[in-house]
Design a protein around this ligand. Structure first.
Ligand SMILES: *[C@@H]1O[C@H](CO)[C@@H](O)[C@H](O)[C@H]1NC(C)=O
Ligand SMILES: *[C@@H]1O[C@H](CO)[C@@H](O)[C@H](O)[C@H]1NC(C)=O
Length: 381
């Protein structure tokens, strides 16, 4: 009986005749006399996950005194010979299934992707068959090729980019972290459309609008879990714009009067109120000053307590940030409740105090971006 080593060399020498003879040989094996070895079934192509184990089987009948070896098809490296591994600790061979030489590769690397040859040292030429393995690799985001947080001026263009490795090549999906739809400019228009998600490595944002500000998730996924994601925050910088819902406010003496302004700006603003172009008003016994901020929107309130003749006048809400300054103007006047000409249809009672306003709906807009002011009839008492 030959030793494994001499068998190994015999096989290596025989490789020199491959592949021209081997192919012909394997096609004719079925017609040989029954004692000759033959392959019971094809190896097939198989897919395994990176880091796990690959197992492919070579089923042989009538092996007789012959030996089975596994080779890497690409460079004909011998991996296993009969029942033992020849090359490195990652390869092994076993016969868990009857008459099947199982090649095991563990842990599996991406470079193990390829085809493997099972060979039997028949004489004068060897017979062989080939099977291939694919190594699936979970997605991984390439930090260097992926946007960090992006800061742009409003109406500039911005592109968020996300690149990922993996096999099969991962799909990149964009979503907003707050689950709001993504606003995308319709081509050739100034209009936006809302989409739940966007697929593509780059998310192009043309003439960025403040409403697009927020944190986006780029999600890389392929057939291999887990999907991975990265947060990318888009900051849209713009000077403050101020909207005044009620520019003219009438109130009876002795009531509390609430003045309101809406500000939009990024980065953050400093906001305050002035009266008759004078000093800044301070929160205290006479005035209550409040503001509420959600993302780039700020609501400002000034409550004038115990409205008196001296409170009649012009008030401004003023908002500034690093990009500019904007203000809204409100005029406060007295309503004489006893006057018979009073139009009560427009009065609103506000819970929490005897507040009565005559609402005169005009709009103050500090920039043209927000569109023209509505033309509304003004009712004066
Ligand atoms: C197995 O994969 C190889 C390489 O990708 C291909 O050439 C061959 O046709 C495949 N065989 C089968 C049975 O799918
Ligand atoms: C933004 O991109 C569009 C289309 O690519 C281009 O026409 C426009 O000039 C760009 N605007 C700026 C401010 O770069």
């Amino acid at each position: 009986m030959r030793t494994g080593k001499s068998c190994f060399w015999t096989m290596l020498q025989a490789l020199a005749f491959l592949p021209s003879m081997a192919l012909k040989d394997s096609q004719t094996t079925t017609k040989r006399v029954i004692e000759e070895p033959e392959f019971a079934r094809p190896i097939g192509n198989h897919t395994f996950f990176l880091g796990r184990e690959a197992v492919i089987g070579c089923a042989v009948s009538n092996l007789g005194k012959h030996k089975v070896g596994w080779l890497r098809a690409e460079d004909q490296t011998v991996l296993t010979m009969h029942d033992r591994a020849v090359l490195g600790a990652r390869y092994s061979v076993n016969m868990d299934a009857p008459h099947t030489w199982q090649l095991r590769i563990r842990p599996l690397r991406a470079e193990d992707r390829g085809c493997y040859m099972c060979q039997i040292n028949t004489q004068p030429t060897m017979i062989w068959q080939i099977g291939c393995i694919d190594v699936f690799v979970p997605p991984d985001i390439i930090s260097d090729d992926t946007s960090s947080d992006v800061s742009v001026q409003e109406l500039e263009n911005a592109t968020l980019t996300c690149k990922a490795t993996g096999h099969p090549p991962p799909k990149i999906t964009w979503r907003r972290e707050d689950h709001e739809p993504i606003l995308l400019k319709k081509p050739q228009t100034r209009e936006f459309e809302k989409v739940e998600s966007y697929v593509g490595s780059s998310l192009p944002l043309l003439r960025v609008d403040r409403r697009q500000m927020g944190t986006f998730l780029c999600i890389a996924s392929n057939d291999v879990p887990p999907a991975v994601s990265k947060r990318i925050t888009l900051l849209v910088n713009f000077a403050p714009t101020v909207k005044v819902p009620n520019q003219l406010l009438g109130a009876p003496l002795g009531t509390d009067v609430k003045l309101k302004c809406y500000v939009e700006a990024y980065p953050n603003t400093i906001n305050y109120w002035i009266k008759n172009r004078g000093e800044m008003l301070l929160d205290g016994p006479k005035y209550t000053i409040r503001e509420e901020k959600t993302s780039y929107k700020v609501s400002m309130w000034l409550t004038i307590k115990q409205f008196s003749k001296s409170d009649i006048g012009t008030y401004n809400c003023i908002s500034t940030n690093s990009l500019g300054k904007s203000e809204g103007t409100l005029r406060l006047y007295e309503i004489k409740l006893n006057s018979p000409s009073e139009d009560f249809n427009n009065q609103i009672s506000v819970a929490g105090g005897p507040m009565v306003f005559v609402i005169i709906s005009t709009l103050y807009v500090s920039t043209e971006e927000l569109g023209p002011s509505p033309k509304l009839g003004v009712t004066r008492p």
